[in-house]
Design a protein around this ligand. Structure first.
Ligand code: SF4
Length: 470
């Protein structure tokens, strides 16, 4: 029998931002580290401030969840940091109330080591506050900080986070090495590749309403604004049997009926990966709902995959379009072009999806992006009769778009990560005037309402003139 090693507490801190919404989020990297640590014999516990299956939500905030499992986080308002003083929006801490987290920590037996993760770099105030709390409750326990914040702003994290160890590149193996070094244990490293790792430890949650899946890591493209390649390296994928086993296990043992794919490139090489997976799901006669919130590449959607997605229980699909300008598409190695979007929508509608179930992700606020590019992209997508989710650009260090933003004077290399927040960057740096920024979002919202009625927003003269008047 395996002898148990020291106890490690994994912590997913709050989001601190102007806006946040839960799209089935789970801290997959942290849970994957948890799986490796437990496999090595460590005792592993979890405190997830963003867990909306926590009893607090059932008793005090149950109306916040939509039928598809997404929903609002509880929010506690906070004063804005000086650098964000001029933002005319309310800032706050999203996730479990502070008092509940304090109570949890005061009733918890001391762990031997704590790992804290971090999501968006500009959420770091929540990370700092959490580390302060952990240090108050467990003053002698070393705190290791990993995730995106130290990955992209290591100096800032070292100077201000209060963590004992700031792990810039703490993947699962590195985390195990750090745990061994800090606890004096010796673990055998039995993994050579990401795909050899055990699956993220979802069983750390008492309640599980959605199963999150990562069947592959990384993406074959290198869009200049995206950090996928920096974070994950080259594209890899897990064996299908492992994924099917996890779906079956969560469905039968934990009664999970909803599964969410977090892959960056779910359809890449689909003939040997996603299609056999869906065929097997059909064959096993599971009755499940599936979601793919990270977006799908239109170029890989054909009649076969559209049909299988419809049959297996996908309902809402988002296409990664970003922009319809040819120069932009060239900068993304032609991951998408207009014809591919048209063909993908056609195949999905033929397979039985309604147009309201389809949407496209567009991006705005890129350093060299004109308003005309955004407007033309919006017009193109709405003319297909599908919805839009407009994402604002957030500069990420080490990406070409970061360098471009610095070169154009939109950003200082020593900038506070807070100003890279996608909710504010585009207009804080003067790229898009605030009034236009708000108008764009309002127009997209109005256009989506028109799509909801089964109409084409571009055929609505009022909408059309408002869009092109921008
Ligand atoms: S296709 Fe998507 S995941 Fe891949 S590099 Fe581009 S933005 Fe990132």
């Amino acid at each position: 029998m395996k002898s148990f090693k020291p106890k490690i507490l994994l912590v997913n801190p709050w989001i601190v931002d102007f806006a946040a919404y839960d799209f089935w989020s789970r801290p997959l990297g942290l849970l994957s580290i948890g799986a490796v640590l437990r496999h090595a014999g460590y005792q592993v516990e979890l405190l997830d401030c963003l867990d909306r299956t926590h009893p607090f939500y059932q008793t005090h905030f149950s109306h916040s969840t939509r039928p598809d499992g997404t929903g609002k986080f509880y929010k506690e308002y906070l004063p804005k940091p000086p650098v964000l003083q001029n933002v005319p929006r309310r800032y706050g801490r999203y996730g479990l109330p502070l008092e509940i987290v304090k109570s949890d920590l005061s009733h918890r037996a001391s762990p031997d080591l704590i790992f804290v993760t971090s999501g968006m770099t500009y959420w770091y105030p929540g990370v700092h506050e959490m580390i302060q709390l952990l240090k108050f409750h467990f003053p002698k326990v070393p705190v290791v900080l990993g995730g995106n914040y130290p990955r992209f702003f290591p100096e800032h994290a070292r100077n201000y986070s209060g963590a004992d160890v700031v792990a810039e590149k703490a993947d699962e193996i590195e985390a195990l090495r750090i745990a061994d070094a800090l606890t004096g244990q010796v673990s055998e490293i039995v993994y050579r590749h990401w795909e050899d790792l055990p699956l993220p430890l979802l069983d750390l949650y008492d309640r599980l309403e959605s199963g999150v899946l990562l069947t592959s890591l990384g993406c074959p493209f290198q869009c200049p604004f995206c950090a996928s390649r920096i974070l994950f390296g080259s594209y890899r994928r897990r064996p299908l049997e492992q994924i099917l086993h996890e779906i079956e296990r969560l469905h039968t043992q934990r009664k999970v009926n909803r599964f969410v794919f977090y892959d960056d490139a779910l359809l890449f090489q689909k003939e040997s990966h996603f299609i056999p997976l869906l065929e097997e799901i059909l064959h096993r006669n599971f009755s499940l709902q599936f979601y793919a919130p990270n977006g799908l590449h239109p170029k890989w959607i054909d009649e076969q995959v559209a049909f299988l997605m419809k049959q297996t229980g996908f309902s809402q699909l988002w296409l990664s379009v970003e922009s319809v300008f040819p120069e932009r598409q060239a900068s993304m190695q032609y991951k998408v072009c207009r014809e591919e979007v048209i063909d993908a929508v056609h195949a999905l509608v033929q397979a039985g999806f309604s147009k309201y179930q389809l949407g496209a992700y567009l991006i705005m606020g890129l350093p060299d992006q004109s308003l005309e590019e955004v407007i033309e992209s919006i017009a193109f997508v709405f003319d297909l009769g599908i919805r839009i989710s407009l994402a604002s650009f957030s500069p990420i260090p080490f990406t070409p778009c970061w360098d471009q933003a610095v070169a154009l004077g939109l950003l200082s290399p020593e900038t506070d990560p807070l100003v890279t927040n996608n909710s504010v960057f585009a207009w804080c740096c003067g790229k898009v005037p605030y009034e236009k920024y708000i108008k764009l979002y309002t127009l997209v919202h109005d256009g989506n309402q028109i799509v909801r009625k089964g109409e084409n927003p571009l055929k609505n003269s009022e909408f059309r003139s408002a869009l092109f008047r921008l």
